[in-house]
Design a protein around this ligand. Structure first.
Ligand code: ADP
Length: 477
């Protein structure tokens, strides 16, 4: 089998490889992907450092053309790349193609942004002096990504990093190197100079840790667990390095008595169970007022009966497998914890077997949960959600905000008053009214508050805040 290698200083390299396994069919090896060493990582950092002076001064047209070419190729290959994504991560083919299209749109967006770079010219408070405020590239950026969005998250970190003139050392998650390799190959062929984008696949403890320990990374943008995010933060203080951390959530979805029941059920089922619940914007706390509670639970249970859990590539599959054995164990452990804590298992909770050996778990719904239970406080990251019964809107809002996280927060209501109040008072970076908590646009800011995020927002124009540094220049006329 061919080894998909790392790209360091413009050369494909690496003989050590690991298997990329399909979670829908664990007999299937998607490919063999290089596993980089600490030395590979240091070489990649050195290559990115050497490439920075020229790339940081490259013309905006060159950056535009490369980003546009990448966006176009990803779009042209959406079905093939979507299938690769579905095979390595396990989300359904329509979800995977949708994510691939989004990656393409992100490259298109930043191709446009490259042509819109601008600064400000302002008068000085002193006579005969002019002041210019410009944004300059930050330097070498370390990009560390998780497994749950194998193409969109790399795209939304790589595209702005290149757009604003930075060079990159990119380390994707071990479980899903395939899509990352594909977009690096596409960008490399689109004409990026050697060393501008370096790919080092491999272990977090080796490749990732070597990146954290390097004094030569000016910034690290990270999406992953709270624990690793903290390591990124602590190591970065030592090196006076800029960081952007996206670390998950425990997102609430409030359903009020006045909600349109079918809108609420569609939004809640999507939030909790689509993409197998493996989205940091997924909702696992369904906070429901008493007047609609029983009808909502009955309708959700009916809805869950209609969702097929099966091979990600099979037509008609609504929910793919859990990503791997370790995550499956976490999910089933939390199901046991929920039962022991006294929540009532209203639906699911069982492993399922299918034609192919994979990590199949029924969508699982608890009722009679409280917001103090571990299943309501800790991120599970699987198809497991709980219904928490509350008296009224005020209690719903208080429970929604009573969490260490603050990424996304949703409400289903037909009341303008409650929707408006919730938008203002939800302690989250993103608020959704009559929509799932997950599923965001590519051209507007993404990020959270409290334990979910640290640093400036990702995506859209706001990405410039992280990927650039501001210069204020004074000139005597
Ligand atoms: P998850 O539990 O979702 O896998 P992790 O935080 O472990 O979350 O992984 C997110 C990313 O961080 C992955 O690319 C992983 O390899 C990387 N990573 C894990 N440990 C470290 C580390 N010590 N230093 C840097 N990166 C790491």
């Amino acid at each position: 089998m061919t080894i998909y290698q790392n790209l360091i200083a413009g050369e494909w390299t690496g003989a050590e490889a690991v298997e990329n396994i399909n979670p829908s069919d664990t007999k299937e090896v998607v490919g063999l992907y290089a596993s980089g060493s600490a030395a590979d990582t240091r070489n990649a950092i050195a290559a990115a450092k050497a490439a920075f002076p020229a790339w940081s001064r490259s013309g905006i047209w060159e950056r535009h053309v490369i980003l546009k070419k990448a966006g176009d190729e990803i779009m042209a290959r959406k079905d093939e790349l979507g299938a690769l994504l579905a095979r390595e991560e396990g989300k359904t083919l329509p979800e995977a193609i949708g994510e691939t299209i989004r990656a393409s749109q992100i490259f298109e967006f930043f191709a446009g942004e490259a042509l819109r770079l601008a600064g400000e010219v302002v008068p000085s408070v002193r006579p005969n002096i002019g002041v210019e405020i410009t944004r300059e590239p930050l330097g070498v950026i370390g990009i560390i990504t998780p497994w749950n969005f194998p193409i969109a998250i790399p795209a939304w970190k790589i595209a702005p990093a290149l757009c604003y003139g930075n060079t990159i050392v990119f380390k994707p998650a071990e479980l899903v190197p395939g899509c990352s390799w594909a977009i690096v190959d596409i960008l490399n062929r689109a004409g990026l100079p050697k060393g501008v984008l370096n790919l080092v696949m491999g272990k977090g403890s080796i490749v990732g840790q070597t990146m954290l320990d390097s004094p030569d990374l000016a910034g690290i943008t990270f999406t992953g667990s709270v624990g690793t995010g903290k390591r990124v933060a602590v190591s970065s203080i030592e090196h006076n390095r800029k960081i952007q951390l996206e670390m998950g959530g425990k997102n609430p979805m409030v359903v009020l008595d006045d909600a349109d029941l079918s809108v609420a059920v569609e939004a809640a089922a999507n939030s909790a169970f689509f993409s197998t619940g493996q989205r940091c914007t997924a909702s696992s706390r369904l906070i429901v007022t008493e007047g609609i509670h029983d009808r909502f639970v009955a309708a959700m249970t009916e809805k869950l009966k209609t969702l097929n859990v099966d091979h990600a590539l099979k037509t008609g599959t609504h929910i793919g497998p859990v990503v791997d054995e370790r995550q499956l164990k976490t999910d089933t452990d939390y199901i046991e914890i929920g039962k022991k804590e006294g929540a009532k298992l209203a639906f699911g909770g069982e492993l399922i077997s299918r034609d192919t050996p994979g990590f199949y778990l029924q969508p699982t719904l608890f009722t009679e949960a409280t917001n103090q239970m571990r299943i309501s406080r800790e991120e599970i990251f699987g198809p497991v959600a709980s219904v928490i019964r509350v008296k009224d809107y005020e209690e719903a809002l208080a429970v929604a905000n009573d969490t260490p996280f603050g990424l996304s927060s949703g409400i289903a209501t037909t009341s303008l008053k409650h929707a408006t109040h919730f938008k203002r008072n939800a302690e989250a970076g993103m608020v959704m009214v009559n929509l799932p908590t997950a599923g965001v646009d590519f051209h507007v800011p993404f990020g959270g508050r409290k334990g979910s995020s640290y640093g400036s927002r990702e995506q859209g124009k706001y990405a410039a805040e992280f990927f650039t540094t501001v210069k204020t220049a004074y000139t005597l006329a």
